[in-house]
Design a protein around this ligand. Sequence first.
Ligand code: HGY
Ligand code: MN
Ligand code: MN
Length: 411
Amino acid sequence: MRKTLEINGERLQRRIARLAEIGAIEGGGCARLALSDADKAGRDLVCEWMRELGLEISIDAIGNVVGTRAGRQPGLAVMTGSHIDTVRTGGRYDGNLGVLAGLEVVATLNDARIETEYPLAVAFFTNEEGARFAPDMMGSLVFTGVLGLDDALRTVGIDGSTVNENLVRIGYAGDAPTPAVTPRAFVELHVEQGPVLDYGGIEIGVVESVQGISWAEIEIHGISNHAGTTPMALRRDAGWVAGAIIHFVRELANEIGGNQVSTVGRIEFFPNLINVVPNRATLTVDLRNTDETLLRGAESRLDTFLETLRVAEKVQITTRRLARFEPVIFAPEMTGRIERIAQAQGLSTRRMPSGAGHDAQMLAAVCPTAMIFIPSVDGISHNVLEYSHPQHIEAGANVLLSVLCELTGSA
Ligand code: HGY
Ligand code: MN
Ligand code: MN
């Protein structure tokens, strides 16, 4: 089936480049941590584009922004979108592509003067990354009622400030109620952020599921002491214990194998001085697996290891849960639709799980949901070198256009 309607790839690329100028960092990436001034500037720009496209904008109490294009019928909208906050060393496609491709679908429908039966909404959710304020997918968790608004607002970030004070400061504490009225369906276009499609020469990923995620912050308290005078047997070395944990989680992932991954991404020592045995170490552990039983097993083995360390090293160890999501399976009728449409457009497809978390995994709890992936070159992401080829961006956006046209019953 030849596509009758196509998105304007140039226009989409221009918007991607323009948004990437906000919070731009060396190497072509972006730093727009959630609720930062850069995030505000990105939000302001996308809202300006939403207004130019004639969308009716609603901002809810956690700062999620939804632009809605009316359909012939009032009622539940078909929704697409993603996030525009980034990690500190973010690329220009993670999240941004899904929001801007949604705006490109609207622009294409506007240009063609196509009316849809149902309303079409484009959303960006607050703090998908979770890098500054855990958990990740915070905005979509509140949107779907899984996380209470007050709990989200009082969350303290890695810099000691709260979600609420930052949301108010940037002017995005909206009045639309949460949880929100759930959409009729939700489709998210996103870069894969892994190497599977790129190395397999596949154009479209049909995302069937999102793997389980377990985030914890571990704090170790020992005794600071002189690096030169303290005999090794008398040390209560929080730094060494942290190192043992880093080594353990890597070995744990290797031993479990399969889809098990583990990461220690953040670590702090105190007093963090060359000649002082650290008396405090704080680190984060990110464990993920597509299989919930295996993920629970990994968590329990980590807990047992921490207990062994506590006794052997005579230190105190506390663990704070930052996020915990079980694996999510997307609606088969939605994944089937994406696959059928992509193949009808002559694109190669592959069914696959998502290694990264996404807002779609939260929307899946309240409406038929699925995701479309396009290849990330060399699978690089959360890195300024993140890159997707223009032809794949265009292909992904055209699949999104057709899926949304079907779901909204366009003319
Ligand atoms: O951590 C994740 O998977 C996502 O980038 N928030
Ligand atoms: Mn993302
Ligand atoms: Mn991300």
